[in-house]
Design a protein around this ligand. Structure first.
Ligand SMILES: Nc1ncnc2c1ncn2[C@@H]1O[C@H](COP(=O)(O)OP(=O)(O)O)[C@@H](O)[C@H]1O
Ligand SMILES: [Mg+2]
Length: 241
């Protein structure tokens, strides 16, 4: 699994924090890691973007960004409005493939959800994943509303001949409500893909050393971690199903 594409059901669902957890866990397992943020929107040239945030939390990773646009919009729209060149899916795929020749693992974080457009031709992260034949990890919210958007994302991946590698819950609340608890059973069911981890709420503001030490416990063995979905269900949602 040299390239893993990380998408989400939308924006602000925890893609960057999950990417950092996956990176930290791979680093702890002795693998070299690169993080590619295909298009970074909503930051000025001097501000840290998502790739820098991953490096801050996870540690020594190679970071790369193909383009940066100041407005917090879909990359295609932000590029058009800024009069800047868009990023095309084949450029994302080429950059990831190149990083994969020099690293054990390349994490590609999209912008927003799977079908957010990168260019005027409607190119998306899904097209880049397809060009790379890369597995796609879906980051999903914990609570009410996540089943529909997660199933739609999984279905869209399959309709393009891509297999969802699994789902990671971006932010698991300290006191999960009934919907979140039931979703531990329903998310893998509707997605037809396994739950591969759950990042506790608040993890993004942990000290980096604490984040790095804890991250392997949030992710399943498929992602080099020690998280056990069944044990998590028993602990977090006793009696919910
Ligand atoms: N598990 C978490 N713990 C703490 N903060 C989180 C967690 N997940 C997300 N956040 C916060 O929520 C916001 C959105 O998360 P982020 O990973 O940037 O989402 P995305 O990359 O999907 O847009 C950020 O401010 C981030 O710090
Ligand atoms: Mg992000």
């Amino acid at each position: 699994m040299p390239v893993l594409v990380i998408t989400g059901t939308g924006t602000e669902v925890g893609k960057t924090v999950v990417t950092a957890a996956v990176a930290a866990t791979a680093l702890a397992a002795g693998r070299s890691v690169a993080v590619l943020k295909a298009a970074q929107t909503g930051v000025r040239p001097d501000e840290p973007g998502d790739a820098a945030e991953v490096a801050r939390l996870a540690g020594p990773v190679t970071t790369a960004e193909l383009a940066r646009y100041p407005e917090p919009l879909a990359p295609a729209t932000a590029a058009r409005r800024a009069g800047l060149a868009p990023v095309h899916p084949h450029e994302v795929a080429e950059a990831a493939a190149k990083l994969a020749t020099e690293h054990d693992l390349v994490l590609v974080e999209g912008a927003g959800g799977l079908l957010v457009r990168f260019d005027a031709a409607g190119g998306t992260l899904a097209d880049a994943a397809r060009l790379l034949s890369a597995p796609v990890l879906v980051v999903a919210p914990a609570g009410l509303g996540t089943l529909n958007s997660t199933e739609l994302t999984a279905r869209e991946l399959r309709s393009r001949g891509l297999e969802p590698a699994g789902i990671v819950i971006g932010s698991w609340p300290t006191a999960p409500d009934l919907a979140a608890r039931c979703n531990l059973a329903d998310l893998p069911d509707v997605a037809g893909a396994p739950l591969l981890g759950s990042v506790p709420a608040g993890s993004g503001v942990l000290a980096p050393t604490v984040f790095r030490a804890a991250a392997p416990q949030w992710l399943a063995p498929r992602l080099d971690g020690s998280w056990d979905a069944e044990a998590f269900r028993v602990r977090e949602a006793p009696g919910a199903f």
